[in-house]
Design a binder for this molecule. Sequence first.
Ligand code: GLU
Length: 493
Amino acid sequence: MTSEIRVRIAPSPTGFLHVGTARTALFNFLYAKGHGGKFILRIEDTDRERSQAVYTQNIFDSLKALGLQWDEGPDIGGPYTPYAQSERTEIYQAWVDKLLASGHAYHCFLTQAELDAEKAKAQAEKRTYIYSGACRDPQKRDALAAQPAEDGSPRKPSVRFRIPDDRGALSFQDAVRGEVSFDTQLLGDFVIMKSDGSPSYNFAVVVDDMLMKISHVIRGEDHISNTPRQIMLYEAFGVTPPEFAHVGMILAPDRTKLSKRHGAVAVSDYIKEGYLPEAFCNFLTLLGWSPPDGEEIGTLDHFAQQFELGRITHSPAIFEKDKLNFINSKLIRSLPLDVLLTLARPYLHAFDLTQYSTEQLHQMLDAVREPITVLSDLPDAVSYFFGRMVIIDAQLVGDVLTGPEPAQVLQAFKNEWLPAADFSSVESLAEGMKAFTQSMKPLKTKTVMWTIRAAVTGRTHGADLSKAMHLLGKDVVSHRVDSALTLTTASPA
Ligand code: GLU
């Protein structure tokens, strides 16, 4: 056997790429990249009714956006093509036939109604349902096959795997959880091919992982109870199973399964909202894994070099949005301004950016990015840089621009400071503002600054005021101060 590391992500295209699947993809990717292995994308679209092309496309786009490029997959091919299960029907049929021929599988002619009745009986008797094995016996099976189904039509058989009677306890070494054991006799002969001819998940996954030479199956813990079934299939095929690593689930802060009611669960929604793919990946990396060097902020490459399955935790990881926000805002603050501008443009389409030079747009973004969490915060953050007027809401007028003091500040600013103010640089403006606040004593610096800021930007926080005024220019600043003055006089003192 070759020791090549080959891992895969095998999403079902029944919805947009979920953050949990993205995390699994990421762990597989990191493991492959850190060990000179291959990362394979397989689309598990055997459920024809629920699978949709738009979801497949979303899976491709989201994985690519996150930087998780696969080495083999449905779109790019590879040595074990095809990589979409819907195109592998004949392969599954051939392997089902082998199991039927070797006696490891048999046809089951029970109808859905009969199976439901078996289940209902188990429930009434308060025991865990295990398939009765009704069709194990060839005679009973033939008798059933000869009877029509409830609606009078011929019965369509499924194919079930025969769990060996003497198989007993099955143990495997999970790279995350250590030794895991199951009693195979509690599993019941399971379906490997449904009566409509489509393979079951457990069967298709084993055939594919086996033929695609997958060395490690790294997936969510929700699949752990499937693993003994899959191992028995490998045994029936006479093939050594891959290594397994079952990663703890991602839970919401209330410790329930992460779902839409907690907010977005699709990777594409986070990207649309303006989470940077690098930040999102960084955040996902820490959901259930911790870097040995303790350095939590890093690139995929950096994490790949340190990624070992043994450091994955089996306890659930909590999806802390605050942490994601922290990582994202940190990254936004560290981006080169030209990169930030390129990323920001789609979010700023409502503004006429042409009125500023590229250099000025860089300055604007630099001035406002400090408190930004996501790129979609940008339109609000930059809005006061556009238009001659600025909207000042009634609350702010009442709180900051009402009364004799703001009127006094704005009068002095307009009549004494502005005419001579040097707008040629941020520094000259900063100097000038310092002198102005001095000249307004005994009024507090804070009162002076808040008044000017409210008049010029329509808010009490945001970009450094000198930077903002430099970009706006003297004409717009004086226009806005004039308007604010009318507000102070119009307001009740
Ligand atoms: N299609 C399965 C899923 O999306 C794949 C599970 C596996 O990795 O085996 O959950």
